[in-house]
Write a protein that binds this ligand. Structure first.
Ligand code: 4AD
Ligand code: MG
Length: 506
């Protein structure tokens, strides 16, 4: 077939190949990988919708020469016949008749060998093209859509809140300062205070946008820029907010399981914990959680967990030993590559588990000495969220550990009507929310306790002066949710271009 003739063929996305069996089509994409078998070259082509094996035979002439010359991530268009092939990734392959290289790439920096995470993060603009990041980005898209549809069905109105703000909405220590024409301003840490205003206008509202926290610590749960989904509901009580959060999480988990079996498999995600997510979630008060952390039962459970993980470490070490022996004996390049990749995976998992095990005794010590009144620490959250198979609500924290706007409990004035939702499998807090203090005097008293000046919150106080009602809401951290759903070790993989302490590029 000539170049011009192929232009008449339908342009097809790889995901839609099955609908074009035994027909000639055109594809546009990039070269993901290449394997040569003498008189035939197998191109792995990706187009953003999937991967497709494209077979170029020596008889294809110019196409064969072009295929032989182009490097990884060259951009191409090709024409050929779609064929069923059980062995091909995706089940379909294309027998190529013409191939045009739009841009011949050479020495693409991300190869099949195992790269360190710092290298990959510094090449994030290219790393995005790899299978793991694209799987995560697709799941992120589904999560966002499922959340929006959920709130839409429930009669919520989307209200966009400002990003440039006067001051703190949460902890003043994590404010990013901005110069606003000579005035001091900051990047929003939350849309909440504005949503409280909007819910008095529209009843049920939510915002979804980027939020900023100058987090100076490097943890696997913290970004300095992250996306937060925040509903706020007039007349809602704490119980209503927990029911809403529960429904939201169940709906998102179901949407991801329904649409992303392949992506989750590629990420190596064990689906069983996600399938177990159903209502009702476990509910613990902070006081109960604190008592459990200090208990002998917790100690015994944590020690048994260490034993289990030591056994797992041994299993991994045994497998690595076997793989290393096979590596030494491997002759075929493809087999060697597979073994190298598995060995790198095993080494990483062993390293992570070892360092995790090293910190366990300290975590047990912290848990056993947990004092009522403190906020739960990262390790305490991890422990609680490993303890139960479903997400866990921890409610009614001590006043001093939480934000000024949270409503005090009438039953126990030492605590506030708040909830954190901890995701299982050690992921920890994914949602933080509360009923808000709607009484002007009580709010002013809380602000005084927190050292805040009423003058800085005049408009916010107005909401308590004109038709105040009980109300509340919560914030769901999108990247934390995704990290759990995808089984990621760190939230930085859950956002296209992560911002963390020391990383502002690309
Ligand atoms: O618990 P937080 O700080 O709550 C608020 O900001 C409330 N004003 C929300 C509300 O009631 N409308 O944050 C809410 C969630 C956390 O549970 C977590 O999932 C996420 O936001 N989050 C972060 N995610 C990534 N990096 C960070 N530095 C985060 N800080 C909070
Ligand atoms: Mg919180």
């Amino acid at each position: 077939m000539t170049q011009n003739a192929s232009l008449d063929l339908p342009l097809v996305r790889i995901a839609d190949l099955a609908a074009h069996a035994d027909r000639d089509v055109r594809l546009q994409g990039w070269l993901y990988g290449k394997r040569s078998g003498g008189k035939v070259i197998f191109l792995q082509v990706r187009d953003g919708t999937g991967l497709c094996q494209c077979v170029v035979e020596f008889a294809a002439g110019a196409a064969f020469e072009a295929a032989a010359a182009c490097g990884q991530e060259s951009s191409l268009t090709l024409a050929g016949r779609v064929r069923r092939d059980e062995r091909a990734p995706g089940g379909w392959e294309v027998l190529v008749s013409t191939l045009t290289v739009l841009h011949a790439a050479q020495n693409y920096p991300i190869t099949r060998k195992a790269h360190g995470i710092d290298f990959l993060l510094s090449h994030r603009h290219l790393w995005l093209r790899s299978r793991r990041p694209t799987a995560i980005l697709r799941i992120r898209h589904t999560v966002v859509r499922a959340c929006r549809e959920f709130f839409d069905r429930q009669g919520f109105t989307l209200v966009d809140t400002p990003i440039l703000v006067r001051g703190a909405g949460e902890d003043a220590q994590t404010l990013f300062a901005v110069d606003y024409f000579g005035e001091k301003a900051a990047l929003a840490q939350t849309g909440q205070l504005y949503l409280e205003s909007a819910c008095m206008a529209l009843g049920k509202v939510y915002c979804f946008g980027p939020t900023f926290r100058a987090e100076k610590s490097k943890t696997r749960r913290h970004l300095t820029e992250f996306w937060m989904l925040e509903p706020e509901v007039a007349f809602a009580r704490l119980e209503d907010l927990m029911a809403l959060a529960e429904d939201l999480i169940c709906c998102v988990v179901a949407a991801v399981l329904a649409a992303h079996g392949e992506d989750l498999a590629l990420l190596g995600r064990d689906l069983e914990p996600l399938r177990q997510v159903r209502k009702p979630f476990v509910r613990l008060t902070y006081t109960e959680a604190a008592a459990w952390l200090r208990s002998a039962e917790a100690r015994a459970w944590l020690e048994a967990e260490i034993e289990r993980d030591r056994a797992r470490l041994q299993t991994l070490a045994d497998e690595l030993h076997k793989v290393e022996q096979q590596q030494a004996a491997a002759r075929r390049a493809a087999a060697a590559e597979r073994l190298d990749a598995r060995a790198a995976e095993l080494r990483e998992e062993i390293r992570d588990l070892q360092s995790d095990l090293e910190s366990r005794p300290e975590h047990i010590r912290l848990a056993q000495n947990f004092e009522w009144g403190k906020d739960l620490g990262g390790s305490d959250e991890t422990i609680l969220s490993r303890r139960f198979p479903t997400p866990v609500f921890v409610t009614e924290y001590p006043r001093q550990a939480k934000a000024f706007y949270m409503k005090r409990s009438a039953a126990d004035p030492r605590v506030v009507l708040n909830m954190d939702l901890l995701a299982p499998e050690g992921y920890g807090e994914i949602i933080g929310g509360s009923q808000r203090e709607e009484n002007l005097e009580a709010l002013l008293a809380a602000m005084a306790e927190h050292g805040l000046r009423p003058a800085d919150y005049e408009w916010y106080l107005d909401l308590r002066r004109y038709g105040s009602v009980p109300h509340g809401g919560f914030g769901l951290g999108l990247e934390r949710l995704l990290a759990w759903l995808c089984g990621l070790k760190h939230v930085r993989e859950a956002i296209p271009f992560p911002r963390t302490l020391g990383r502002l590029e690309p």
